[in-house]
Design a protein around this ligand. Structure first.
Ligand code: SAM
Length: 260
């Protein structure tokens, strides 16, 4: 049956596909992003008081995914100031609140199974202190170390064992080799129907001189790692509808849906 809602959704889908394949929109978006990045655009936002190094569009996409998937564990590599951990934790808190409203149960955040696990090679003392002092802290666990070190991967796998629905976000070192190793370590933890989100795939599409002080650039970045990983892993597919919707995103070809 066609309803007002189904008609609206269908219209949105058609428009998103059209805007995603429109060459003028694509070119002007790229030009805009290249300009905005000169001012470190993605560094200027915060979530519930903590700085987050993301584009607002990707923050909204993560909010949509968390609501749709309703994970009980979100694994994130790359903590920085903690904004993405706080954003994920706050969404998990809302999921718990919605469950409690529906079931009539009493809400006790400290007893919730839903949590966020962050891994960073360098958790600065002031960032750790601010994250641990945040009202969302009871849902957050942090591990310090390289995300691809075997002992760190083992700790993450141990935590994952106690969870049923897992969402993964990779946002640490952006070289091809590092992201490929992260994908091999953590993508298999992604639940079927959930996502492994790989940030900063946009590096592949940016001018080569955009990252003079970084080891990554065109041909050596998260997008090239995604492409290599997907060649051997048909259980994942790129959900292009997300990048077509956002247009402005640091993760083109980075929203990987686990389909099997
Ligand atoms: C782009 S920032 C993360 C931003 C964060 N996800 C957010 O949204 O605010 C990248 C982080 O990756 C961390 N990092 C770099 N190399 C790493 C590695 N080998 N293992 C884990 N973390 C690493 C850096 O210390 C830095 O904090």
């Amino acid at each position: 049956m066609i309803t007002e809602t189904s008609r609206f959704n269908e219209e949105c889908q058609v428009e998103v596909e059209r805007q995603g394949s429109d060459p003028v929109t694509s070119a002007t978006t790229k030009e805009w992003m290249n300009n905005a990045n000169r001012f470190k655009y993605s560094y200027h936002f915060s979530v519930l008081g903590r700085p987050i190094i993301q584009y607002p569009q990707d923050i909204v996409a993560m909010q949509e995914l968390i609501w749709e998937i309703k994970p009980d564990l979100i694994i994130e590599t790359g903590i920085a100031h903690g904004g993405s951990l706080i954003m994920s934790a706050s969404m998990l808190a809302l999921l718990d609140m919605c469950d409690a409203i529906e079931s009539g149960a009493t809400l006790n955040p400290r007893e919730s199974k839903r949590k966020v696990l962050g891994i960073d090679i360098d958790i600065r003392a002031h960032n750790r202190a601010a994250i641990e002092a945040h009202p969302m802290a009871s849902r957050i666990q942090m591990i310090q170390g390289s995300s691809i070190a075997p002992e760190i991967v083992e700790q993450v796998r141990e935590v994952a064992k106690g969870h049923e629905c897992i969402l993964v976000c990779l946002d640490s070192n952006h070289t091809h080799a590092h992201v490929l190793a992260e994908l091999r370590a953590y993508a298999p933890l992604t639940s079927v129907g959930s996502y492994c989100v790989v940030f900063d795939t946009i590096v592949e599409d940016m001018p080569a001189d955009m990252f003079p002080d970084r080891p990554w650039g065109p041909d050596n970045n998260p997008k090239t790692a995604v492409w290599e990983y997907l060649r051997a892993h048909p259980e994942f597919e790129i959900d292009k509808s997300i990048q077509h919707k956002l247009l402005i995103t640091v993760a083109p070809d980075g929203y990987l849906k686990r389909i099997a």
